[in-house]
Design a protein around this ligand. Structure first.
Ligand code: SF4
Length: 280
């Protein structure tokens, strides 16, 4: 049994909130270069140039890549042989978010109640997904999620008779209908199976898969290719101003489901699909 004081969790979350908002993961940044090379619209290529310049400046100057520094979506894996001391885990995570967003001059975008809409002034609480896993370490991924792209999320409960082509085309059409709202070029995360809530969580987790990497399962890889081809043939383009690169990547995460069900959730990541991870 390894002891970890929750103050270490707070310090890690604080650092990751800033890191995720200042620096894109290498695979996402690299996809801007390959996206630019593939883009056929001159205006689209100019937008890619601006995206590349924006990310470089944010990184060099330790400022947010985008003014919307997002909801603090956090995935935590806590080893079952860890004994957390000094307080409650969730409190420590939220304290890390508070410190990260206040000290890092990140926009505070969270309201405490969906109808009363009073800003919490520190971007808490985190949208926390915690799993207990084997081992004696704590892994944390901070994945800030912008409101514009999050608002384009969708869910459909298909019947089990739905074909993979019908499902793929619905996913693609959902992304196309979103147009410029999620700040394309986008990354498409899909959760397929489980229950409605499980599918939604998987869709968000799917956004963490390295950009350009397809499923190891040929069935899902084929669907991912079909979705990408259809979305990129739509002409929406970078920032919705026309072009041939509307989506950079698509990841489907399947899960076991009920014999009567086939839930499908889509989470659209904007071109600033951020995340940073660390382990204690
Ligand atoms: S959707 Fe993404 S790029 Fe657009 S404003 Fe929100 S965080 Fe920024």
């Amino acid at each position: 049994m390894r002891e970890i004081n929750v103050s270490e969790v707070t310090a890690l979350v604080r650092r990751l909130c800033m890191e995720a908002n200042y620096r894109l993961p290498e695979d996402v940044a690299q996809s801007f270069e390959t996206g630019r090379a593939a883009e056929q619209s001159p205006l689209g290529r100019t937008i890619f140039d601006e995206m590349i310049r924006n990310c470089k400046l944010a990184c060099e100057q330790d400022v947010p890549i985008c003014q919307d520094t997002g909801s603090a979506v956090i995935f935590a894996e806590v080893g079952q042989d860890v004994h957390l001391t000094g307080g409650a885990f969730e409190d420590a995570v939220n304290e890390g978010v508070r410190q990260g967003y206040v000290d890092g001059y990140l926009r505070k975008s969270i309201v405490s109640d969906p109808l009363r809409r009073v800003n919490t002034d520190d971007n808490t609480p985190a949208m926390l997904h915690t799993r207990i896993v084997p081992g004696e370490s704590v892994k944390i991924i901070v994945a800030p999620k912008g409101g514009g792209s999050e608002n384009m999320s969708a869910m459909k409960m298909f019947t089990p008779a739905a074909t993979k082509e019908v499902i793929a085309d619905w996913i693609a059409d959902t992304v196309i209908a979103a147009g410029s709202n999620p700040c394309p070029p986008v990354i498409i995360g899909v959760g397929l199976g489980g229950t409605a809530d499980k599918a939604a969580a998987l869709a968000k987790e799917a956004l963490l898969r390295p950009v350009g990497q397809f499923s190891e399962d040929p069935l899902y890889a084929e669907m991912e290719h079909r979705i990408l081809d259809r979305v990129n043939a739509s002409g929406v383009g970078p920032q919705g101003l026309g072009g041939t690169v509307t989506a950079l990547s698509c990841a489907i995460l399947p899960f076991a489901t009920h014999i009567a069900s086939l839930p499908c959730a889509v989470s659209i990541g904007c071109h600033v699909t951020r995340h940073a991870e660390g382990t204690l």
